[in-house]
Design a protein around this ligand. Structure first.
Ligand code: FEO
Ligand code: CA
Ligand code: CA
Ligand code: CA
Length: 657
């Protein structure tokens, strides 16, 4: 999700990713983008979503591009999916896309059948939530590597109110128009789902009412722990202890721990809270830094006091954290780990350091915000799961500073060190964690181009940072780690910890090296775009967001370009990370119109790739009545449904070959 602006508003034409080097032709692609955007505007203005949908389909079919064969030196054997747009998904030949679970499908045993014309909060709290993002696969039984039976843990990041309710209009503004009952449905549609899944006869399906199935919503009781727990700035009328909180919000990506728990990340929590106190209250400066404003995007504060800052001025301080829970225990109480900092966590993924301590890498997804790493104080204990229970309460959060010549440093955010003192308004480590962003500002961290997912390659030990875009970086602001002005297509940075590639990687170190893995955009068209030179016309990508590695160490990148990249569907691209095919990205999967692809997640045997298809139909002019797509069911009168799909190779082989 974009941090601070409407997904539905097209930016100005000037924002388009052209910025060609002097003498380079702007070229046909930009022209086609302009034409495409003009068409979208015209159609949206006319309110003709159906016509838009038709246009999308005909465009996709009218301009077939040649399908290249397995490209050059890549180890990936699939034939690329041609660039295009369509109402439904596309996958490389020889692969099947299987539906696993859709918004509204039963998770808990008593869930009623999905009825998009009569949504209730009670039903939604038992059904699969909206806008699936992060997903993880946990084999059953626990501790096995079973790749045909397990639990899917899935985030539900936010709601597309305009596609959930009839008569509510289009775009982001619809979120401000809900009544109390609709707001309650949205509250139940956020959070997470844990759902048992099974592959039988080669086909994946979910198990409604599975014994370990669980819905976590914005009303699930949780605990706060770590340095900020119980602090007066976290206390509310409903929770005078500052240690108990209901729910988790805007869960974007996530991760897991070596001791078998789920990590889920609270991202754009700011949009749900509003009130005059955002500007006049004791927390005004803190809230300004996080984008909490007088006017909330969602209408919840009109009906439920805790979203109204004038009634509960501290509630936003209880969000923006990393949440940990045990997927194998449906009764377990999720814990917000305040030692890992408070910001717009895109996700948090772990890497085990040579000495057994565990590092968690996490991006703060906002233009000019930072890349972080939390390192546990103690090694994890592989022989005693209970000994790791509170490992995330004790450790050091660091923020990244990129320097010239491929060097970088990790700066610790520790109360009393450097500028993090009472002179700058920090009275304790609790304050440093509650205002992580301001603490990082004072340390001189490197402002990044919207850091999204960060994952460590299991083969080479390098850490891959998806920098999705930043259309506000000026030529004067380019620097180490962020080399491009008006970076509308984003890039991927490799962080290389000491020992990477040796089997004894030091993820706890405070120094590392860095390299650019790729600069997104179309080679020869978008200035600075850089991949392997054999990358095809279909192999270039825009706005890297989520990432996964297969067990061969190949990278699988999903994109979230949004409507500003109209004309380029989001999807999945894969590449080798070493050898002759390094950074030779190849297009594997195309999302239905309006959707981004999240996850991605492989089963341990690499024979299934789970993908979350988020916000299908999030296009200009799209409404419940006239959505730009009705994916995946294409049932007349019904809206699109965010869903998790499983990709398998038809011959049963490993994904990617
Ligand atoms: Fe929720 Fe940063 O994407
Ligand atoms: Ca998005
Ligand atoms: Ca995104
Ligand atoms: Ca994301």
């Amino acid at each position: 999700m974009r941090p601070d602006e409407s997904e539905m508003d097209l930016p100005e034409i000037e924002d388009i990713g052209s910025n060609p080097a002097p003498g380079e032709p702007i070229g046909a692609l930009i022209e086609s983008r302009l034409t495409r955007r003009a068409a979208l505007r015209g159609l949206a203005g006319a309110g003709a979503a159906a016509a838009l949908a038709e246009a999308l389909v005909s465009e996709a079919t009218a301009q077939p591009l040649p399908v290249p064969r397995s490209g050059g030196p890549s180890t990936l054997t699939f034939h690329e999916v041609p660039q295009g747009l369509s109402q439904t998904h596309q996958v490389a030949d020889g692969y099947d896309v299987q539906m696993v679970i859709r918004w509204g499908d039963a998770v808990l045993r008593d869930a009623p059948p999905f009825n998009p014309h009569a949504l209730t909060a009670e039903s939604q709290a038992m059904q699969f939530g909206y806008n699936c993002d992060y997903l993880d696969y946990w084999p059953l039984p626990a501790g096995s590597r079973n790749s045909e039976h397990g639990l899917l843990c899935v985030n539900h990041e936010y709601t597309n109110t305009n596609l959930m309710f009839a008569g509510i209009g289009e775009g982001r503004a619809a979120r401000g128009r809900t009544n109390r009952e609709q707001a309650a449905v949205e509250i139940a549609a956020h959070g997470m789902s844990v759902v048992e899944v099974r592959k039988e006869g080669g086909v994946w399906r979910s198990v409604p009412g599975g014994r370990l199935n669980r819905r976590i919503t914005m009303e699930t009781p949780m605990r706060l722990s770590g340095p900020a727990a119980g602090h007066p700035r976290l206390r509310t009328n409903a929770d005078p202890t500052g240690t108990r909180v209901l729910g988790t919000l805007n869960n974007c990506a996530g991760g897991n721990t070596p001791w078998g728990t789920v990590i889920t990340a609270e991202e754009n929590f700011n949009n749900y809270f509003g009130g005059a106190a955002a500007e006049t209250g004791a927390e005004a400066a803190n809230y300004k830094r996080y984008g909490v404003q007088r006017n909330a995007t969602w209408a919840w504060g009109r009906f439920f006091d805790r979203f109204d800052l004038d009634k509960e001025p501290n509630e936003p301080n209880r969000f923006g954290w990393i949440v940990e829970f045990d997927p194998y225990d449906p009764e377990s109480v999720p814990v917000k780990r305040t030692a890992m900092g408070r910001f717009k966590h895109e996700g948090a993924t772990h890497a085990i350091s040579a000495d057994g301590r565990v590092a968690f890498y996490s991006g703060d997804d906002e233009r000019f915000d930072y890349l972080y790493k939390f390192v546990t104080a103690r090694p994890w204990n592989p022989n005693d799961r209970a000994a790791n229970r509170d490992l995330l309460d004790d450790g050091t959060l660091h923020v990244a500073k990129f320097e010239e010549r491929g060097v970088m440093r990790w700066l610790p955010l520790v109360f009393g060190e450097g500028p993090l003192t009472p002179a700058n308004g920090f009275a304790s480590q609790a304050d440093v964690m509650i205002e992580t962003r301001r603490a990082a500002d004072l340390l001189g961290a490197t402002p990044m181009d919207r850091p999204e997912d960060v994952e460590t390659n299991p083969v080479n030990g390098r850490v891959y940072v998806m920098l999705t875009n930043n259309n506000r970086r000026t030529a004067q602001q380019v620097g180490p780690g962020n080399p491009r002005a008006n970076n509308v297509h984003g890039h991927v940075v490799e962080v290389i910890p000491p020992g990477a590639g040796t089997g004894r990687v030091d993820h706890a170190a405070t120094e590392a090296r860095w390299e650019i893995f790729l600069m997104a955009g179309k080679p020869g068209m978008d200035a600075g775009a850089r991949y392997h030179r054999a990358t095809s016309d279909n192999g270039w990508l825009s706005c890297p967001d989520n990432v996964a590695f297969d067990s061969k160490g190949r990278i699988w990148i999903s994109t979230d370009g949004g409507p500003e990249n109209a004309g380029i569907a989001d999807g999945i691209w894969a590449a080798d990370t070493s050898g002759h095919g390094r950074a030779l990205t190849r297009r594997f999967f195309q999302a239905p119109t309006g959707a981004e692809v999240c996850g991605p997640r492989f089963t341990p045997d690499d024979r299934t790739l789970f993908l979350a298809i988020q916000h299908p139909g999030e296009d200009v002019g799209s409404t419940f009545e006239r959505p730009s797509t009705r994916w995946p069911d294409f049932r007349e009168g019904e809206p699109p449904r965010p869903s998790v799909v499983a990709i398998v190779k038809r011959d049963g082989g490993e994904i990617g070959g």
